[in-house]
Unconditional design. Structure first.
Ligand code: TLP
Length: 345
């Protein structure tokens, strides 16, 4: 079946141009630093994000984990939002594998953390406390509706962290969505953070991979951590070749996904019982809440739509997520809206 798959932008398949580039990629052993395609991708990524160096990693989860482990040692503490991907969806890697203590502060609905909450989360130098070393921000913020966080806020948050002696890491899995949505150059949007992870295999359509960017010194540490985590990938230039195309050709079109998310949101909310959730859509995500009166649970809704060839994300008993991406076309939106109408008729 040709599914209309709105569960995530992680489901995107590589484009034909990517597949051709993968087949023809120049390769070498990347653990020796000898894979030309990976070296090209890393240089391209560092240049685009305005950082000194970059490191290709298998996933966003490993990118965030390697960055945390490069910034922190065992018993150190990291401040992050209580709805951060690093807190909710990365299997507790920072504590399980790094002995790093997560200290959450409440995420505001716009994806930010209150500046005063960040300030007061930093521990005094006291033998009873872990040492606070790092602040993690997220942009776009997935669990806050895919919202794009402003450069102005990022500057404020980073400066409070830096004043308190902390480093700042950005989970920028979808930083290009944030940059395109706000029409801000991506290097400006990340200029204030010490490190950033972004993903090639979400809206940018590459099949695998993420990139960590930062100073040369920081990336040298992350390189060692990546090896410890088993992420040294040898001839992974086959993957990097797709990543190069992702960076060169797939960024500007992300606005089309944002536009389609708006169309989808508008259409779906004409159906009685369906409401927008988490302030979405802001970028490519539509979060929905089902009224109790509909008598339908999110899982039932997903099951009925699946019978029509449509896949959506279930994020709670009455909560759904639909994500627009390269492989979702305008005619798909029509089909999805009609199928929803049939479910709620
Ligand atoms: N997010 C996935 C799921 O894990 C929820 C999705 O479908 O949205 N940071 C952010 C903000 C993310 O949304 C994700 C993936 C990651 C990191 C992790 O990336 P991967 O899946 O490459 O490990």
């Amino acid at each position: 079946m040709n599914w209309i798959d709105l569960r995530s932008d992680t489901v995107t398949l590589p484009t034909e141009k990517m597949r051709n580039a993968m087949a023809e990629a120049e390769l070498g052993d990347d653990v020796y630093g000898e894979d030309p395609s990976i070296n090209h991708l890393q240089a391209l990524a560092a240049g685009k994000l305005g950082k000194e160096a970059a490191l290709f990693v298998p996933s966003g989860t490993m990118g965030n984990l390697a960055a945390v482990l490069a910034h922190c040692g065992r018993g150190d503490e990291v401040i992050m939002g209580d709805r951060a991907h690093t807190f909710l969806y990365e299997a507790g890697g920072v504590s399980a594998l790094g002995g790093v203590h997560p200290h959450t502060v409440p995420n505001q609905t716009n994806g930010t953390l209150r500046i005063e909450d960040i300030r007061s989360a930093v521990r005094d130098n006291d033998v009873h406390f872990p040492k606070t070393k790092l602040l993690i921000l997220e942009n776009t913020h997935n669990n806050c509706g895919g919202v794009a966080v402003s450069r102005e806020y990022m500057l404020k948050a980073a400066s409070v962290a830096h004043e308190s002696g902390l480093a700042v890491h950005l989970d920028g899995a979808r930083i290009f969505n944030a940059a395109v949505e706000q029409d801000v150059p991506v290097d400006q949007l990340v200029s204030m953070v010490d490190s950033v992870t972004f993903c090639l295999s979400k809206g940018l359509c590459a099949p695998v991979g993420s990139v960590i960017c930062g100073t040369k010194e920081f990336i040298a540490k992350a390189y060692r951590v990546r090896k410890q985590l088993g992420g040294g990938m040898r001839q992974a230039g086959v993957l990097a070749a797709a990543g190069i195309i992702a960076l060169q050709e797939m960024v500007n079109r992300l606005s089309e996904d944002h536009q389609r998310a708006k169309v989808l949101a508008k259409g779906l909310t004409t159906i009685p019982g369906l409401r927008l959730d988490k302030g979405s859509p802001n970028t490519n995500m539509v979060y929905l809440e089902l009224d109790k009166e509909t008598g339908i649970l999110a899982s039932e809704c997903a099951k009925l739509l699946k019978q029509e060839g449509i896949l959506i994300g279930v994020t709670g008993e009455r909560h759904l997520r639909l994500v627009c991406h390269y492989w979702i076309r305008d005619d798909h939106l029509e089909m999805v809206m009609k199928a929803f109408q049939r479910v709620f008729d």
